[in-house]
Write a protein that binds this ligand. Structure first.
Ligand code: DPP
Ligand code: ZN
Length: 876
């Protein structure tokens, strides 16, 4: 496989205006006839007469140009490319190929999932369906005819509107769909199956009636309510917040059980992992509800940011993904709690993106090269990309940002563009220079901000000294200083924000919070009229995706944890304190009195404080995860971290057993268990935290309480919070509750996945043995990505203390599974490799074993480009 480089981009020599596809779906072999109308690309001076098409795993039956069969010698096939020569200025190209969807276990292109046909074409799946210039800057109007057995595949769907349908001989039938909007091939979709349809409608802001359909397996109709509701709210929100209206008369979502990703935004025909469609309070947790809503919104929002304006090439992936994640985050913030959402997003970024940015697969938000684009659907492209958009939003302000969005659509609707075009629209609409800011797109790695406060009581000044450190990353040894918006305030002894008068500034309208534009390696900001030493509240609202280091004392961090009025900064002060205390304990190997009394008291105040939002309290009381702590310790010692975190949980649980019990009792009756309002979900989140700490405190009554909750639960949220509380305790109650859960849900795949994940993430010492047995479970199936992720992914990414077992058994297990899965589904196999590539963070013995595992994978004959790329980067 060849490395692709952004700098090698050339526009296509030929454009395709229309595509007519005809699928003859038959057992064993599907025939695909494609008719392309094309012409020379007027935007290029390329005078070649050779048309380049992509194709992978296709059997070519015939090819004809302007009505005449192309003779052998008129084209040549080299690897996954077909080169057709003597192509005139305008042409009609007809290509007939056959494919075998039944044998497609990679789940890219056309494949079968539980007896239905479906497609996944992003990023390069369309080339597995037919020969085509499979690149996003070739946008065409598609007409799709599907023909199949009428009994087994009564539902035939593709993008756009249904034009025609009817019966044929031999019990077959057909449907013709037409999508009037030009689109790149990665947005093509088709479905054929026996599905139930749930219908609704949405009236757009201009008064058009849009038909909404959700297709699911028969018997699952009652599980689609939250999906339909989320869709309608997303449509309304996009109209209100961005003035963006849906553009077709029909919007469809199809749920499939075998899916590599979460969901896919195909024009007018979204295809979803069933995990993110099906939900009711009995089978889905509150967290599942929130995730489902966010994903439905995300895919819907792509209709404008991704589909109407798409990417020129895959190096621009964050153009649509970063922007669309920003949009779905805003939707969730407007719908639920902004502060809680900000904390959740920061938590994810720290737990997953910062380590990626610090490891051997680090890449910029706009990468410059790749071997396999599937490996670039990363937290950096998505979540860091969204942070970059958020910083633009903060730098410009909401109004100018909205004008920038309007200008972006005005300029680029119907085009395939670059990240640069988005930034330029924002600049032009606001008049704000984003020159230096652009480095966020090209420089990889997480910037570190070192912020020290000094107070001079005589001069009455407070001085913030800010240093930015840009650590080297693969291919980028040295970097230029970036523009980092640092949102801050100075708090007095009562926690009140002080006026922030910068040196030499007029004393009028002095704000109490500011965004400091940090743009140099070292900078100093001096504030006047500060009588007493203040405590700096920093990076408020997580104003930039950076690592913050300060000279604040543990005492000051606890003070902010009590008093900061900015939700993120308050939570972050607590996390900073905890990270310091827990890693110190882990380094010393001493697990008594891990936490200061000061902090424990603050926890008590949060629990008994009257006016704190329960969902936010739950965040404040949740310790940094083991992976975040490992990231702050060099070399990371997974066992010491596990011990320190457990010790801290025990201390908190013991100290406040009474308050946790009170909270638990109060929250148990605060809402109906099936009330899915934001407030009810928040109460349950805090109740789960309380139960967790009661069990962590070691009281035997607490285990009985959790067991009782598991047995009596009438909803999945109640069930799961009880099982999670028991999951790391070696007791008969855990075994009984797990068995009862398994027996009750063994025929409900999405719930059984939860059982698999609980089993794989228990920190009990024998978990690896359990996981190996799970692979022999009758319901385990390597061909089902959700199940693979629920067992193998959960163990290797969600159970650090067992994955990093000192004998290397966890590493060997993962290497074996990666190799086994790669033959079947490279994309999912590659996703599993990441934990092995982070060997630099660990001690020498672990480093050696992890590298040996990577070497062992690399030596495997026939390894996919997907896994090859990650293993090669991992070995450095
Ligand atoms: N379906 C994936 C997403 O929406 C890739 N586009 O992010
Ligand atoms: Zn997306």
């Amino acid at each position: 496989p060849q490395v692709k480089r952004l700098s090698d981009y050339t526009p296509p020599a030929f454009m395709i205006d229309t595509v007519a596809l005809d699928f003859d779906l038959r057992d064993g072999e599907t025939k695909v006839a494609s008719t392309l109308q094309g012409r020379r690309n007027p935007q290029t001076t390329d005078i070649t007469d050779v048309l380049e098409l992509d194709g992978q795993g296709l059997r070519l039956l015939s090819i004809s140009l302007n009505g005449a069969a192309v003779p052998e010698g008129g084209y040549r096939i080299e690897g996954d490319k077909l080169f057709l020569s003597a192509v005139p200025e305008n042409f009609t190209l007809e290509i007939v190929t056959t494919i075998e969807p039944e044998k497609n276990t990679a789940l890219e292109g056309l494949y079968m999932s539980d007896g239905m046909y479906c497609t996944q074409c992003e990023a390069e799946g369309f080339r597995r369906i037919t020969y085509f210039p499979d690149r996003p800057d070739v946008m065409a109007v598609y007409t799709t005819r599907l023909e199949a057995d009428a009994d087994r595949f009564p539902v035939l769907l593709s993008n756009g509107n249904l034009m025609q349908s009817g019966m044929l001989d031999e019990g077959r039938h057909f449907a013709v769909w037409h999508d009037p909007f030009p689109k790149p091939s990665y947005l093509f979709a088709a479905v054929a199956g026996d599905l139930a349809c749930v219908r609704d409608s949405f009236r757009t802001m201009s008064g058009r009636e849009v038909e909404l359909r959700v297709y699911v397996e028969h018997g699952n109709e009652h599980l689609t309510g939250h999906t339909m509701d989320s869709l309608k709210r997303s449509m309304k929100w996009d109209e209100e917040r961005f003035g963006l209206e849906y553009d077709l008369d029909l919007f469809m979502i199809v749920a499939v059980s075998h899916f590599n990703m979460g969901a896919m935004e195909n024009k007018g025909l979204n295809i979803f992992n069933s995990k993110f469609v099906l939900a009711d309070p009995q089978t889905a947790t509150d967290a599942d509800y929130e995730r489902l809503e966010g994903i439905v919104a995300h895919e819907y929002f792509h209709n404008w940011t991704g589909n109407r304006v798409t990417c020129r090439d895959w190096f621009q992936l964050s153009l649509k993904e970063g922007l669309t994640v920003f949009r779905d985050q805003e939707f969730t913030s407007d719908t639920h709690s902004r502060g809680v959402k900000r904390v959740a997003d920061a938590r994810l970024l720290r737990a997953v993106q910062f380590p990626e940015d610090a490891g051997p697969t680090a890449h910029p938000v706009r990468p410059e090269s790749y071997l396999e684009i599937n490996n670039f659907y990363t937290v950096t492209i998505y979540e860091k990309g969204a942070e970059v958009i958020r910083m633009i939003h903060e730098l410009l302000g909401a109004d100018a940002f909205r004008r920038g969005m309007d200008l972006y659509f005005e300029r680029h609707d119907g085009q395939a563009v670059r990240c640069e075009d988005f930034v330029a629209a924002m600049e032009d609409a606001s008049g704000i220079d984003l020159g230096q800011f652009r480095l966020w797109y090209s420089q990889s790695g997480t910037p570190e901000l070192e912020v020290d406060l000094a107070h001079d009581p005589d001069a009455k000044t407070a001085t913030l000294k800010v240093r930015q450190i840009l650590p080297p990353t693969p291919g980028q040894p040295a970097k230029e200083p970036m523009l980092i918006p640092l949102s801050m305030a100075l708090l007095d002894g009562e926690g009140q924000a002080l006026p922030l008068q910068l040196l030499g500034e007029n004393a009028e309208d002095i704000p109490k919070a500011r965004v400091l534009p940090v743009s140099q390696s070292e900078q100093v900001f001096v504030f006047e009229n500060v009588d007493d030493r203040p405590v700096p509240s920093l990076l408020r609202g997580f104003s930039a995706p950076v690592r913050l280091r300060t000279n604040r004392t543990a005492e000051q961090e606890c003070f902010l944890y009590r008093h900061d009025d900015d939700p993120f900064a308050r939570w972050d002060a607590g996390q900073a304190y905890l990270t310091g205390a827990l890693t110190a304990a882990a380094r010393k190997g001493r697990y008594d009195a891990v936490l200061d009394d000061d902090f424990l008291q603050a926890v008590g105040e949060i629990l008994s404080g009257p006016d704190i939002e329960p969902a936010f309290a739950a965040e404040l009381l949740t310790l940094p995860g083991e992976s975040v702590l490992a990231d702050a310790m060099t070399p990371a010692d997974p066992e010491a971290i596990h011990a320190a975190r457990n010790a801290a949980r025990r201390e908190i649980g013991l100290r406040h057993a009474g308050l946790f019990q009170e909270s638990y009792d109060r929250l148990s009756i605060a809402h109906d268990p099936e009330d899915m309002s934001t407030a009810a979900m928040g109460s349950r989140a805090l109740k789960a935290v309380a139960l967790g700490y009661l069990v962590a405190g070691g009281d035997t009554g607490a285990v009985a309480l959790a067991a009782l909750q598991a047995a009596a639960a009438t909803t999945m949220t109640e069930s799961m919070s009880a099982l999670q509380a028991l999951n790391n305790v070696d007791c008969p109650e855990r075994r009984d509750a797990m068995k009862a859960f398994h027996d009750r849900w063994q025929d409900t795949p999405l719930v059984l996945d939860k059982w698999f994940t609980l089993s794989a993430t228990s920190s009990l010492p024998d978990t690896l043995e359990t996981v190996k047995r799970l692979l022999e479970h009758p319901k385990f199936d390597l061909a089902t990505p959700n199940r693979v992720r629920a067992v193998i992914g959960a163990f290797s990414s969600g159970n650090p203390v067992r994955f990093h077992a000192p004998d290397g058994a966890g590493y060997n297990f993962l290497a074996d599974q990666v190799v086994r899965l790669d033959e079947m589904n490279p994309q999912v196999a590659a996703r599993l490799v990441a934990p092995l590539t982070r060997w630099k963070r660990y001690d020498e013995a672990r480093q050696r074993m992890m590298r040996q595992c990577l070497e062992r994978i690399r030596r495997y004959a026939g390894l996919s480009p997907d896994v090859t790329e990650l293993v090669a980067k991992g070995l450095g």
